[in-house]
Design a protein. Structure first.
Length: 368
């Protein structure tokens, strides 16, 4: 008999947790596991939702309102009774709606993936619910990096047991676009991420302004959207960088764009395990990133990329220039990163680790 696993997530927008879940839904061993997902919000035509339809993945879409919506407790209880999951696996902020229906439906195993440093993952209500879930309700938190595990224990208690399962990506999909560029072309920097305080585009623009004065052939492509995009567009205009910076919006062809760039840059204030870095590594591109969260566990400083202190625009500019001016170093770091991504961060490894965890937890619960 197959193990029935139900994943629950707020929506399938353009975030890393959402992309990871779609990759997992496709990669799980469907001969041993019957896997489905629930989106609390209805379909809005996102790139991931279209991908879900094309791949025939099993997803329930609910009709959550913005803000607190207690109807979700009853809706989830109905889905639990219909799907009869052995394992309920939650993501992001949904635990506040799943604890009661999981209790009433006697769900054996409850797993929650912590996708960011713990203090940044959810609001204060979420933190209280997570404390209840991890300390009293038997939910097992999975950390996506060692650093995330440290923040989790610091916030919810040192006695909490949290296995570490790194995010993974379909590395072959990105390595297919790792063709090298002509050295006479512009040096293209690529950043992929929503325009938010976390991603700190302001720092990247300030560092790019310093770097482009020394290397005028540098170009910056910004992929994504978000509430701070107008402010960053204004900043670019104020600095006279419009001819060097391109705002590309939300794109479905990130793999192709990685194949066209020379350097991947990430200037975040905090992170868990950003899929965009793994995708860049799989595409054979060197990474320049701030050393926050789980990033130093992905990027081997000086080997697969360059890490800089968060908030340091001068160090970021110097790292970008170092790679922009050294094509051989870019190639070497790109090749090492591609090897590291393939060996340690492929989605098949992540899926197998989650499957092993589900089976172990089910076995442990049935012994009780």
């Amino acid at each position: 008999m197959k193990v029935r696993v139900l994943h629950i997530i707020p929506n399938f927008g353009p975030g890393g947790a959402e992309r990871l879940l779609v990759n997992l839904l496709e990669e799980f061993d469907h001969e041993r596991f019957d896997v489905a997902a629930v989106s609390l919000y209805p379909e809005t035509g996102t790139i991931l939702e279209r991908e879900i339809r094309e791949k025939g993945l099993k997803v329930y879409y609910l009709n959550k309102h913005k803000g607190p919506d207690l109807r979700m407790i009853g809706e989830l209880r109905r889905i639990f009774r219909d799907f009869r999951p052995d394992v309920v696996h939650t993501h992001l902020s949904v635990l506040r709606y799943t604890l009661l229906p999981a209790f009433f439906c006697r769900i054996l195993v409850k797993v929650h993936t912590v996708h960011n440093v713990a203090q940044k993952e959810v609001d204060w209500v979420g933190k209280f619910v997570h404390w209840l879930a991890f300390r009293l309700a038997g939910a097992v938190p999975v950390s996506i990096s060692r650093e995330v595990a440290i923040t989790l224990r610091n916030l919810y208690g040192q006695k909490i047991k949290t296995p570490v399962i790194y995010n993974g990506i379909p590395t072959k999909r990105f390595s297919a676009y790792s063709n090298r560029k002509n050295e006479n072309e512009d040096i293209v920097l690529l950043h992929v991420g929503r325009f938010s305080h976390q991603k700190n585009h302001k720092l990247l623009i300030e560092a790019f302004e310093l770097a482009v004065k020394e290397c005028p052939k540098m170009r910056l492509w910004l992929v994504g959207d978000g509430e701070l995009r107008p402010a960053i567009e204004t900043l670019v205009a104020e600095k006279g960088l419009q001819s060097h910076v391109s705002f590309m919006g939300i794109r479905a062809d990130v793999a192709e764009l990685l194949g066209q760039c020379d350097i991947f840059a990430l200037s975040s204030e905090w992170e868990g395990v950003p899929l965009t870095i793994l995708e860049a590594m799989a595409a054979g591109r060197p990474v320049v990133a701030t050393a926050v969260g789980g990033v130093p566990e992905l990027v081997e400083d000086g080997t697969t990329g360059i890490l800089v202190p968060p908030g340091d625009r001068v160090a970021l500019a110097e790292a970008l220039l170092r790679l922009a001016n050294d094509p051989k170093l870019r190639q070497l770091m790109g090749e090492e990163g591609q090897k590291r991504a393939r060996e340690r961060f492929d989605i098949t490894l992540t899926a197998r680790e989650y499957e092993t965890l589900y089976l172990r937890l089910l076995q442990d619960r049935k012994k009780v």
